[in-house]
Design a protein. Structure first.
Length: 352
C-alpha cells in the first residue's frame, strides 16, 4: 500500500503575509483554522528572531501543517506528547519514511512544543525509528564533470564550475556577492549554513571567467542605477544598518537574475540572484543530454570536489575546513568513495 504523508490543507491565497518575503509559501498562508494560523505566525516570528535560515522556516512550518492535518485540526491547546508519539510512529511504520525525514519532523515538532506551545514534549525513546541506511555519496569522474560542463550555458556553467571548484553548496554558489571575491589574495568568502563564514581558494583556471562575469555585473548595475531601480535584496536588517548598501556595487549579486522583482509593499523593483531552482533544472538537463547513468544533483558537484581532493591525498581536516563541516565525522563519509588499494586490487571470480 502506498502511504501519502498528509500535506497542508487547501488554503486561502489572501494572507496576512502578502507583500512580505515569504508570501508565496503555502505553509504560511491562512488555512481556515485560526488557532493553527496563529501558531504558524508565532513559529515564523520565533525562527526569524533566532536568525534561522529560510529553509528552516519552510521545513518547520510545513511539518507543523502536516501535523495539523494528521490530527484533523485538533485544538492546539489540547495537544499532548502522546500526539507526537502517534505521529512519529505513523511516519516510520505506515509511511516508511527515511530516518532523515523522520528526524526533520522530530526537530520541527520539538521546536513547536518547546518554543511556541511551551509544553512538555516527552523523551519518546520508545518511538519506532526509521531505519538509517548506509549512504555513499554519488561522485562524478573528471571526464563526466567535463561532459556536464560542455552542455551548460551562461551563467549556469560558471555557477557549476564554482560549486565544483570550491566545494560549495547550491545556495552558497548562487548567493555570492561581488564583495565576497578577493582576486588579489585569490580567496572567496562564503556565508554558509547557520551564518558561519569560511574562505576557499579561487580556482586559477576560473579567474578570467569570473572577471568577465564581474564586468557584466558592473554594466548591469550601472543600467539599474540609471533606471532608478531600488538595488538588490539584502538579508535581515542590513538595509537599516547600511541604508545605501542595496545600490552599492560590492553588495550586488555576482549571479544576478535577468528579470527584476516587484515588491508590492514598497512599490519598488529590485534585483534578486539566479534562483537555485533554475540552476538545478539547467544541471538536470545537462546531465540528461550527457546521458550519464548516475543520479546527479547540484550537491553531486560538492561531493565530487571532496572526493577528488581526497584522491589527491589532501588531509581530511583540510577538506573539512573547505567544506565548512563542523564535525569531521560528516567529512569522513567521503572515505567510502575512495576504494582502498586492497579493494581495488581484489579480483572478481569471473576474472580468475
Amino acid at each position: 500500500m502506498v502511504c501519502e504523508i498528509p500535506g497542508p490543507p487547501a488554503v486561502d491565497v489572501s494572507s496576512s503575509w502578502r507583500g512580505r518575503r515569504y508570501d508565496d509559501w503555502r505553509c504560511l498562508r491562512t488555512s481556515g483554522h485560526a488557532a493553527w494560523d496563529a501558531i504558524i505566525g508565532l513559529l515564523a516570528d520565533e525562527i526569524k528572531t533566532r536568525h534561522y535560515s529560510r529553509k528552516t522556516l519552510q521545513h518547520y512550518a510545513n511539518w507543523t501543517r502536516k501535523y495539523q492535518c494528521y490530527l484533523s485540526h485538533k485544538d492546539p491547546a489540547r495537544l499532548t506528547s502522546q500526539d507526537v508519539k502517534s505521529y512519529l510512529t505513523y511516519l516510520a511504520v505506515q509511511c516508511k519514511v527515511s530516518s532523515s525525514t523522520q528526524n526533520v519532523a522530530f526537530n520541527a515538532l520539538l521546536f513547536l512544543y518547546r518554543h511556541i506551545l511551551k509544553r512538555d514534549f516527552g523523551d519518546h525513546k520508545d518511538i519506532p525509528r526509521a531505519k538509517k541506511s548506509t549512504y555513499v555519496p554519488v561522485v562524478l569522474s573528471r571526464d563526466e564533470i567535463q561532459e556536464v560542463f560542455a552542455r551548460l550555458g551562461h551563467p549556469h556553467l560558471i555557477i557549476a564550475k564554482l560549486q565544483y571548484g570550491c566545494g560549495l553548496r547550491c545556495f552558497e554558489a548562487v548567493k555570492v556577492r561581488v564583495k565576497d571575491f578577493n582576486f588579489d589574495a585569490g580567496l572567496l568568502t562564503i556565508k554558509g549554513k547557520g551564518g558561519k563564514s569560511r574562505t576557499v581558494p579561487i580556482p586559477n583556471r576560473m579567474v578570467a571567467e569570473l572577471l568577465a562575469q564581474l564586468a557584466f555585473v558592473k554594466k548591469m548595475h550601472a543600467d539599474d542605477l540609471a533606471a532608478t531601480y531600488a538595488g538588490v535584496f539584502l538579508e535581515d536588517q542590513l538595509e537599516k544598518k547600511y541604508p545605501n548598501a542595496a545600490k552599492e556595487l560590492q553588495w550586488q549579486w555576482f549571479f544576478p537574475q535577468e528579470s527584476l522583482t516587484f515588491v508590492s509593499s514598497t512599490r519598488e523593483r529590485r534585483r534578486y540572484h539566479v534562483h537555485d531552482s533554475r540552476f538545478q533544472e539547467a544541471l538536470h538537463q545537462a546531465v540528461k543530454k550527457a546521458q550519464l547513468t548516475k543520479r546527479v544533483t547540484t550537491h553531486t558537484l560538492r561531493h565530487s570536489f571532496a572526493t577528488h581532493l581526497l584522491q589527491a591525498n589532501y588531509d581530511i581536516r583540510t577538506i573539512q575546513t573547505l567544506l565548512g563541516h563542523s564535525d569531521v565525522r560528516t567529512t569522513m563519509i567521503y572515505t567510502h568513495c575512495v576504494p582502498s588499494r586492497t579493494l581495488k586490487e581484489t579480483k572478481s571470480p569471473l576474472d580468475f
